[in-house]
Design a protein around this ligand. Structure first.
Ligand SMILES: O=c1ccn([C@@H]2O[C@H](COP(=O)(O)OP(=O)(O)O[C@H]3OC[C@H](O)[C@H](O)[C@H]3O)[C@@H](O)[C@H]2O)c(=O)[nH]1
Ligand SMILES: [Mn+2]
Length: 348
């Protein structure tokens, strides 16, 4: 498996940022062989310092507007949701996206965690969404399928998403941050699990990898930030859309290892202002995703996503006009995706 854990020609690292990128120094041993796509948010006249020796492309808002023209309206401004522009312009099979306040974590033994290689292992080994393996990831070293696990299901399904976790500052919503300002996550759980089919999960974008060819068009992080009634639901929205589509297309989503060290607690009051509508809208959003049935005619991610977009407008539009705009932006995203990523047979 060791030779499989080096995908330097097949994976891009996408970083959304409003800060300098000194954090890369700690990741240098793991990230240096890889190409970085840096999405600079906020004022494009600011200069983002990238440490020497990294191979990268950097896009600011002017670049987003230049590349997408009017379709740039679907890319959020002043929110980490802008990272999905990096997913759009990448030409690689795999993506790893990480926040700039996430550092190398250590196992209980003190060994530094190469988050990238664990994500690659997660993505290159099958998922088991159809039957839960009680010894967790059967493809992990020293594990296997337990007694009673049907042999007909042991092949598993292709893994589309690998969702990593965080030591130190956990990804809590603002109310929880306010109630538990000093809580730190010190629990290192040595497990990777497949999220069962039919079950949604709260996808966090700070330590996340995925197979672009399997699920890329569904990894749109929505309309958030400047001018929008919502923030910090970017990754959540993408995760709900992607999971419903993964279930429909027979793909898998894993969560657990690897851990990163999340160093910065963002301001809970600022977060509350960004999140509050999402906190009550999600009581309608979640049943929407739980009840959605994608037609069997939807054979590609794009087909599924356009169907989802239409249903978002129909079912969630009455909740708030925001969802009408979000549904339209979802369609614009697919148009942009297909324009920048034409299927091989039509590529000129
Ligand atoms: O306007 C902005 C704000 C931030 N960024 C970049 O996004 C990354 C996350 O920012 P930060 O670490 O400050 O926020 P957190 O609250 O820790 O992030 C969580 O909530 C928002 C997202 O869902 C995120 O994935 C979660 O981890 C960081 O790289 C900032 O530089 C931005 O691009 N624009
Ligand atoms: Mn953070």
């Amino acid at each position: 498996m060791a030779q499989l854990l080096d995908l330097k020609d097949d994976l891009d690292i996408v970083i959304p940022t409003i800060r300098n990128l000194d954090f890369l120094e700690m990741w240098r041993p793991f990230f240096q062989p890889y190409h970085l796509i840096i999405v600079q948010d906020g004022d494009p006249s600011n200069t983002i310092a990238v440490p020497n020796g990294f191979n990268y492309e950097l896009y600011n808002r002017n670049d987003v507007n230049k590349v997408l023209g009017p379709k740039a309206s679907c890319i959020s401004f002043k929110d980490s949701a802008c990272r999905c522009f990096g997913f759009l312009v990448s030409k690689k099979k795999y993506i790893f996206t990480i926040d700039d306040d996430c550092f190398v974590a250590k196992e209980p033994s003190g060994k530094e965690i190469n988050a990238l290689s664990q994500h690659i292992r997660n993505l290159l080994t099958p998922s088991t969404p159809l039957f839960f393996n009680t010894l967790y990831d059967p493809f992990a070293n020293g594990a296997d399928f337990v007694r009673g696990y049907p042999f007909s299901l042991r092949e598993g399904v292709p893994t589309a998403i690998s969702h990593g976790l965080w030591l130190n500052i956990p990804d809590y919503d603002a109310p929880t941050q306010l109630v538990k300002p000093l809580e730190r996550n010190t629990r290192y759980v040595d497990a990777v699990m497949t999220i069962p089919r039919g079950t949604l999960f709260p996808m966090c974008g700070m330590n996340l990898a995925f197979n672009r060819e399997l699920i890329g068009p569904a990894m749109y992080f929505g309309l958030m930030g400047d001018g929008q009634p919502l923030g910090r639901y970017d990754d959540m929205w993408a995760g709900w859309c992607a999971k419903v589509i993964c279930d429909h297309l027979g793909l898998g989503v894993k969560t657990g290892l690897p851990y990163i060290w999340h160093s910065k607690a963002s301001n809970p009051f600022v977060n509350l202002k960004k999140e509050y509508k999402g906190i009550y809208w999600q009581e309608d959003m979640i049943p929407f995703f739980q009840q959605i049935v994608l037609p069997k005619e939807c054979k590609t991610v794009q087909d599924c996503y356009i169907e989802l977009a239409n249903k978002v407008k129909e079912k969630l539009g009455p909740l708030d006009p925001y969802f009408e705009q979000l549904g339209d932006a979802m369609v614009t995203w697919i148009e942009a995706w297909d324009e920048l990523n034409p299927p091989p047979e039509t590529a000129n």
